[in-house]
Write a protein of this length. Structure first.
Lengths: 231, 404
């Protein structure tokens, strides 16, 4: 009898703990309005063009390439519970065009499969030696595509084994509360449940920066701006 | 002296590490070139440490710099200054085995028309001939050793020449330290078919349109004896045509001709080194396969009696390949052969002998990418020669390659 009572007490305590934890993430009550976190990520230092390996053995300058579009990614850390809801989204692509990866920065949710189509006039050999995901797609012809599934959260640096100036970043998140900044640096995180969060801004050329932000119960917009890099 | 060389080289290494960009320092090692002035200046570096068993008997892997290609510590700093989109200044300083850094490349690059792939380069320039000479950075070389045509020392020297065929035949397999009766009396290393360790000085032009690339150059030295200053008033003309008929397939043909002997041994004539080359590369999936052939003929101011010829020929050909087993591991190999034309002597080789001892080489290698720009590899190289004190040798070597 005493044993049964003990088990009951333990079960009750666990249940209370779960309810409290859940309440901390998403308070009970009537459905609350979700908020929007928006703002701008400014890069203090000029973002130098990604240079190829200095090769003195070339017979010429080669083709001119567009500098990569070094955008920032803003995300919540940790994310609200709703972030882990599954949602069907189109399969992202990391294209190879004019000896450039397009886009240069691709944020995705863990479990996503990314296509790597070769839409260039030459071979490419897409690979990554990142701890998050190591892969080598080999050389494949123009018009063909290969794909890779990313299961672990983290940062994946992608390169071309033939063209040293080609690089890209795939940021794999465990949730979907992230946003890629626009070309002017603005970003927008939508459907954020009320609560207190840490908002983090990432850019390849600067250290991470984070801010504490509160999304009120009434929802609405919260502005958080970042200035990354050295002053 | 060595100490001062070592100090200078270590200083160079310290500068390299110190120059690493701040963002990259967070990682284990920098991954890209250092940039300054809004990308107008870019600095890169390469450090290669190669170790293996000694080669001071057979000299299969000695270079025209008297270094062993399989036991070499090399550091290089390369830089580009691009004041305008159409103009660049390019250079590289190298130090081998902790000796004083020397300029390996130093040239200006001009693109006269913005939308045409036509470039002019002047100074100490990369070779237009063949294929291997422009991808000799260690990561472009699938194995640790070099192709025989680019490294193996024949007995021929630009500053000392034979009087007879017997003088040539007596030096078979002694290219690491040959001597001849005319010219410099001191024994010295001979020349390879093409020097893979120093570049020539002159002007070159490259034009690319669609699947065709044309390149031509005028330089002071020759393929086997590149020079900073001219020593015989004769220039070398070289040209290459490259075609890419399909994605992944590159075919090339090259030719070169230039006076190769110093005026001290040929004051009244300009005997030439003439060369023809062919190369092919095919890659697909995780494979890359290359083939190259170099034929070379050296002229002399007089016949090499009792033969009636005043030229000596050599042919080097090899096939090499690399297969990436996994993202980090690759296997590579090369099969190589160097042959020589037949020469008839009075006391040696009356019935005819190749004027230098033919060499065959096979090398297999396995490599591991620690990171994209940091490779560790090991290789086994077998060598067979038809003459000499030591005719067969196998070398085991290991190498660390790091670049940014």
């Amino acid at each position: 009898m005493a044993k049964r009572c003990s088990l009951f007490v333990i079960a009750a305590l666990i249940a209370i703990a779960i309810v409290r934890l859940d309440a901390r993430r998403a308070p009970t009550g009537a459905p609350r309005a979700s908020g929007i976190i928006r703002g701008r990520v400014e890069l203090r230092q000029s973002s130098a063009e990604a240079a190829p390996r200095v090769s003195v053995a070339d017979l010429g300058m080669g083709s001119m390439h567009e500098p990569p579009d070094r955008r920032s990614v803003v995300y919540l850390d940790p994310a609200p519970r709703a972030a882990f809801d599954t949602r069907e989204e189109p399969r992202p692509r990391l294209d190879q065009r004019n000896e450039t990866f397009v886009p240069h920065v691709l944020p995705i949710v863990a479990g996503t499969t990314v296509d790597f189509p070769n839409n260039d006039q030459t071979y490419h050999n897409v690979f990554s030696l990142s701890k998050t995901k190591t892969f080598d797609l080999g050389r494949y012809a123009v018009g063909r595509s290969k794909s890779v599934r990313f299961d672990r959260p983290g940062i994946v640096r992608v390169f071309c084994d033939i063209h040293s100036h080609m690089s890209a970043f795939i940021l794999v998140f465990a949730h979907r509360y992230f946003a890629l900044s626009e070309s002017d640096g603005t970003y927008r995180l939508e459907n954020v449940p009320p609560g207190t969060y840490t908002v983090v801004a990432w850019n390849e050329s600067a250290p991470l920066e984070s801010r504490r932000v509160v999304v009120p119960d009434a929802g609405g917009e919260v502005e958080v701006n970042f200035a990354l890099g050295r002053r | 002296m060595l100490k001062s060389h070592a100090t200078r080289s270590l200083l160079l290494l310290a500068v390299l590490i110190g120059a690493a960009p701040h963002a990259a320092r967070a990682q284990a090692l920098p991954e890209g070139p250092v940039q300054a002035f809004d990308g107008k200046v870019a600095l890169g570096a390469e450090v290669i440490a190669t170790g293996g068993n000694a080669d001071d008997v057979a000299f299969f892997n000695y270079t025209d710099y008297e270094h062993n290609a399989l036991r070499m510590f090399r550091m290089g700093v390369s830089g580009v200054y691009r004041p305008a989109t159409w103009l660049s200044f390019v250079g590289e300083l190298r130090s081998e085995d902790l000796e004083s850094p020397t300029p390996y490349a130093a040239y200006v690059r001009v693109r006269p028309w913005r939308h045409r792939l036509f470039d002019i380069q002047a100074g100490r320039i990369p070779p237009v001939f063949g294929s291997f000479g422009r991808r000799q950075y260690e990561t472009g070389n699938p194995v640790i050793g070099y192709p025989l045509a680019y490294q193996y020392l024949t007995s021929l020297r630009p500053d000392a020449i034979p009087a007879t065929a017997d003088d040539v035949l007596r030096m078979r397999s002694r290219g690491w330290r040959s001597s001849f009766p005319i010219g410099s009396p001191l024994p010295a290393p001979g020349v390879p078919l093409i020097s893979g360790f120093q570049w020539d000085t002159g002007v070159e032009m490259t034009w690319k349109a669609g699947m065709v690339e044309l390149a031509g150059s005028v330089t002071n030295g020759t393929l086997s004896n590149p020079r900073f200053t001219d020593d015989n008033d004769g220039k070398q003309l070289a040209a290459r045509v490259g075609v890419t008929p399909a994605v992944g397939l590159i075919l090339g043909a090259s030719a070169a001709r230039g006076a190769w002997l110093s005026r001290t041994v040929a004051p009244d004539s300009q005997p030439a080194q003439e060369s023809f080359g062919a190369d092919a590369e095919y890659s697909r999936d995780h494979w890359i396969v290359r083939w190259e052939l170099v034929w070379s003929r050296w002229g002399f101011p007089h016949p090499l009696l009792p033969s009636d010829t005043n030229t000596l020929d050599a042919v080097g050909t090899w096939v090499e390949g690399r297969y990436r087993v996994s993202p980090r591991i690759f296997l590579a190999g090369r099969a190589d052969r160097l042959g020589f034309s037949t020469l008839y002597g009075a006391t040696i080789g009356q019935s005819g002998l190749p004027w230098d001892a033919p060499v065959r080489r096979v090398e297999g290698s396995i490599g591991y990418y620690v990171q994209r720009n940091f490779v560790v590899r090991t290789s086994v190289q077998g060598n067979w020669r038809d003459a000499g004190r030591d005719r067969n040798r196998t070398y085991l070597s290991g190498q660390l390659v790091y670049w940014f």
